[in-house]
Ligand binder design. Structure first.
Ligand code: ADP
Ligand code: F6P
Length: 333
């Protein structure tokens, strides 16, 4: 049976903002318009859908957006959309506004919402947008590249002070329950210790002995990258200072990691993924999520995508540790 032809699509951003989301929206709008579709922008994620904050988009509306951080459609977390009534209403609003295809740019939570809408008959496609890189079906998520570069530059700066004062510095990076930002910064910043929730065994004695060892060897600073998923950096700093006698400070990088102009990689990948989402809708597909695997842009069923597990690459983790402090190959910290 021939698929019903799509005429109007909508686009929204949901969950935490991520640099490159504007590039993805721009691609959805321009690819949609150039394919003869009407495109509607939905403000403030699922909240804006339920409140019908919906506007027609023109090609000009997305001029001068590709270089901007954040999301000009705004984003939100919407508790109501987790309920069946909320989802039913979301589908009704889509029908009322003639939206027969919806592109949802966000993380796993946002995809769960898109899956519910797909079950209610709205064609939906997810585009991975999160600085956390924690979406299992894709090796790339919009915003990670910018965020990890922002964090890396900030950590370089903290390191200058750490060296000048001969301190130990614990620098906490975001990532929710995932340690990708921490692991990448750990490698890129040449950190002495890298703590990620997927691997850390909470052996603080080992951490303390690493710090004492490296001080004995003449190291002027000791940089610990701590993932948000482990957290408690301030308390850790106090314990380390008390145990080592070495002045220790905690720096929590926070939301500065989510902001700023997207890198070239984020702009290009976001543009490709946004365009591909529209192409999938034009092909009559629904309940899919766009991903990047083995050098190719691909798509998966959202149900399958949400069931996938993402694991830290053991080789990358092993290399990461062998380049930090003075680990032996078998250390597991
Ligand atoms: P992310 O999309 O970055 O993972 P969240 O987990 O905060 O961010 O999810 C964003 C929004 O997606 C939530 O505020 C909610 O509106 C919607 N959402 C999350 N989980 C579900 C779910 N299981 N069913 C329906 N909607 C959901
Ligand atoms: O998912 C992106 C992210 O920045 C996570 O790294 C972090 O745990 C969370 O969002 C913070 O959310 P909020 O901005 O609501 O505090």
């Amino acid at each position: 049976m021939a698929e019903k032809k799509i005429k109007t699509i909508g686009v929204l951003t949901s969950g935490g903002d991520a640099p490159g989301m504007n590039a993805a929206i721009r691609a959805v709008v321009r690819r949609g318009l150039s394919s003869g579709l009407n495109v509607k922008g939905i403000y403030k994620g699922y909240n804006g859908l339920l409140n019908e904050e919906i506007v027609d988009m023109t090609a000009k509306d997305v001029s001068d957006t590709i270089e901007r951080g954040g999301t000009f459609l705004y984003t939100a977390r919407c508790a109501e959309f987790r309920t069946e009534e909320g989802q039913q209403r979301g589908a009704e609003v889509c029908r009322k506004h003639g939206i027969d295809g919806l592109v949802v740019i966000g993380g796993d939570g946002s995809f769960a919402g898109a899956q519910k809408l797909a079950n209610l008959g709205i064609n939906t496609i997810g585009v991975p947008g999160t600085i956390d890189l924690d979406i299992a079906c894709t090796e790339y998520t919009i915003g990670f590249d910018t965020a990890v570069n922002t964090a890396m530059e900030a950590i370089d700066k903290v390191r200058d002070t750490s060296t000048s004062h001969e301190r130990c510095s614990i620098i906490e990076v975001m990532g929710r329950a995932a340690g990708y930002l921490a692991m990448w910064c750990g490698i890129a910043n040449g950190a002495e210790d890298i703590l990620i929730p997927e691997k850390y065994n909470y052996d603080e004695e080992k951490l303390i002995s690493n710090i004492i060892d490296s001080r004995k060897k003449g190291k002027k600073h000791h940089i610990i990258i701590n993932a948000e998923g482990i957290g408690h950096s301030e308390a850790m700093a106090k314990r380390i200072e008390a145990a080592t006698g070495i002045e220790t400070r905690a720096t929590i990088l926070g939301h500065m990691q989510r902001g700023g102009s997207p890198t070239c990689r984020d702009r290009v990948f976001a543009s490709m993924m946004g365009a591909m989402a529209v192409d999938l809708l034009l092909e009559g597909k629904t309940c899919r999520v766009v991903g990047y695997q083995n050098g190719k842009f691909v798509d998966y069923d959202i149900n399958e995508a949400l069931a996938m597990q993402k694991n830290v690459d053991p080789y990358m983790w092993e290399v990461c540790n062998s380049l930090s402090h003075n680990y032996s190959k078998n250390d597991t910290v």
